[in-house]
Write a protein of this length. Structure first.
Length: 71
């Protein structure tokens, strides 16, 4: 329950005084982290990525198939 209250306070603008930066500032800092580290921090798996980006996979399907075959 405490985590939910912290999140609500964070989103209501009290984040700067409690966490030292706003949510937007935090997001900007995260954009500077390499992709692998960011995925680890956010606990995002390969499965999560495939499910989330199926549309992009479909667009690049031919290139992905070639890469997986080693061509």
């Amino acid at each position: 329950m405490g985590d939910i209250l912290d999140f609500i306070q964070y989103k209501e603008g009290k984040e700067k005084e409690k966490f030292g930066m706003t949510f937007e500032e935090l997001c900007e800092k995260l954009k500077c982290i390499d992709e692998i580290t960011l995925m680890e921090v956010l606990e995002i798996s390969s499965e999560d990525l495939v499910e989330r980006f199926e549309d992009k996979i479909e667009i690049k399907i031919n290139q992905i198939k070639k890469d997986l075959r080693g061509e």
